[in-house]
Design a protein around this ligand. Structure first.
Ligand SMILES: [Zn+2]
Length: 481
């Protein structure tokens, strides 16, 4: 990765800063405390208390604004890019001060161990990093899966991301991960018994499955539906070890992740139809209660699901946020949408739409039954998912699903802190916490849209004004992959 010289990188995060006369929002209960000064020094919040007066030179003027903990994108892939700095900066410019990287590698783990993974003060914090995705390539049998999990744990992985594994290897992976004190999470294998996976500690389910992962568990014909789901990876991985396999697999995966729904087979769509026709609300609620009891979280990434399954919907191509994306990426996205449009019949497109309706309904049910929910986007590599801006799309879709504005604020602030075990240093605006803040122009507990009124960010103690954020966005236009 090339170094990125930037004059503002030289601004010392240690300079004490006062955010003057701001409304402090506590995401845990939605309480608002007006006329507060938030003092920041050395990368920490040093004091929060009644204001000493209006902003002076060098202060951040908080009058009429709301301070919340910096947003977290709990499902993102910036580090899978050869050069992640532009997507990371675009995320920061939208108020994101931390992210969970959802696919890692030996090389990334080694760089983190060596302390060379930090990409400078004007990027969000890396909060969690796994090793390589668990796939049939490195986890084709229960023994291979256990060995791979042990290897990744020894390399310092924070978690193991299941991606395309078959259901039979999941228990071995989970047992081995538990021995090393790290969780398995990610994609439920096709046809897996979701209750058993949850009970065994599957820590977070991504994309509500994906596919039929959770929906199948809500069917009154669950076992039949599970049997109808085609097994084996949807991404055609090479069956034998080849030279430069890592790079080959990397390229295959990068191409396939633009829109994995393109590879949905008629058999999978038939299973989907069956699952939708046999959906049982009481089974869905009891499954959700089990997730809550087992501590199985959900990171729905509704924007990613919608952009996959409704890829040809005209709203995506008209999104003004596409201005940030590079011409090459835009060409790939337009081509992918056209391909998706032509790849399925009208009835098949309708199945995708009804599945989308069901996924939103399920998100509401998960929330109502007390399941931990995390805001995530799958940004960087996913069709129509613009890094940073897509978190606002996720907020809007969680709102459409029926979550309250406060609950949505929690999914990007206090809930990630709880999930990651970082409550001592993040998740609220309090003295002693990391100085990662997002400033909003409107009350985030009053309306979902207000969560998108970001007009300032403090990251690791470095304050960026609304003008700074606008300048970053202008500079990134057309340059993000
Ligand atoms: Zn992902």
């Amino acid at each position: 990765m090339p170094p990125h010289p930037d004059p503002t990188d030289a601004v010392p995060a240690e300079r004490p800063t006062r955010i003057a006369d701001v409304v402090v929002v506590d995401p845990r209960d939605g309480s608002l405390t007006p006329h507060q000064d938030v003092r920041v020094e050395g990368g920490r919040i040093t004091a929060v208390g009644a204001t000493s007066g209006p902003a002076a030179d060098g202060d951040v003027d908080g009058a009429g604004r709301f301070a919340v903990p910096g947003y977290t994108d709990m499902h993102a892939h910036p580090l899978n890019r050869p050069d992640p700095v532009n997507p990371l900066r675009l995320m920061l410019a939208h108020g994101i001060t931390g992210y969970r990287q959802m696919a890692g590698s030996d090389a990334l783990l080694a760089r983190r161990r060596a302390g060379t993974l930090d990409l400078g003060p004007r990027t969000p914090r890396l909060l969690a990093l796994p090793g390589d995705l668990l796939t049939p390539m490195n986890a084709g049998t229960p023994e291979a899966a256990a060995a791979e999990v042990a290897r990744q744990a020894a390399a310092g992985a924070d978690f193991v991301k299941a991606a395309l594994i078959t259901a039979d290897v999941l228990p071995a992976a989970q047992e081995e991960a538990a021995r090393h004190g790290i969780p398995v999470l990610g994609h439920l294998p096709a046809g897996v018994d979701v209750r058993a996976a949850s009970k065994a500690g599957f820590r977070s389910i991504e994309h509500i499955g994906p596919g039929l992962g959770v929906v199948a568990g809500c069917s009154c014909a669950e076992e039949q539906v599970r049997d109808e789901i085609p097994r084996g990876p949807r991404i055609p991985l090479p069956p034998v070890k080849l030279p430069f396999l890592d790079r080959i697999v990397g390229r295959i995966v990068a191409k396939a992740v633009v829109n994995p729904a393109l590879r949905t087979t008629p058999a999978a769509l038939a299973a989907t139809r069956h699952a939708l026709d046999t959906f049982d609300e009481e089974r869905a609620r009891s499954l959700a209660r089990q997730f809550a009891q087992d501590g199985t979280w959900n990171c729905p990434t509704l924007i990613r699901i919608k952009a996959q399954q409704l890829c040809a919907a005209p709203g995506f191509a008209a999104d003004p946020d596409l201005r940030y994306m590079s011409p090459g990426t835009l060409t790939t996205w337009w081509r992918t949408a056209a391909k998706f449009d032509g790849a399925f019949t009208a009835e098949q497109h309708e199945i995708f739409e009804q599945l989308w309706e069901m996924q939103r309904r399920l998100t509401r049910i998960l929330d109502e039954e007390g399941v931990g929910i995390l805001a995530g986007t799958d940004a960087v590599g996913a069709c129509w998912v613009v890094p940073g801006a897509s978190l606002y799309d996720e907020f809007a879709l969680l709102g459409e699903a029926g979550l309250s504005p406060l609950r949505i604020l929690q999914t990007a602030t206090s809930e990630p802190a709880r999930f990651l075990g970082r409550e001592a240093t993040s998740g609220t605006v309090e003295a002693g916490k990391d100085a990662d803040l997002t400033l909003l122009d409107a009350d985030p507990t009053a309306a979902v849209g207000n969560l998108a009124t970001v007009s300032g960010v403090v990251v690791r103690g470095l304050a960026l004004s609304s003008a700074d954020l606008a300048a970053m966005k202008a500079e990134l236009a057309g340059r993000v992959d």
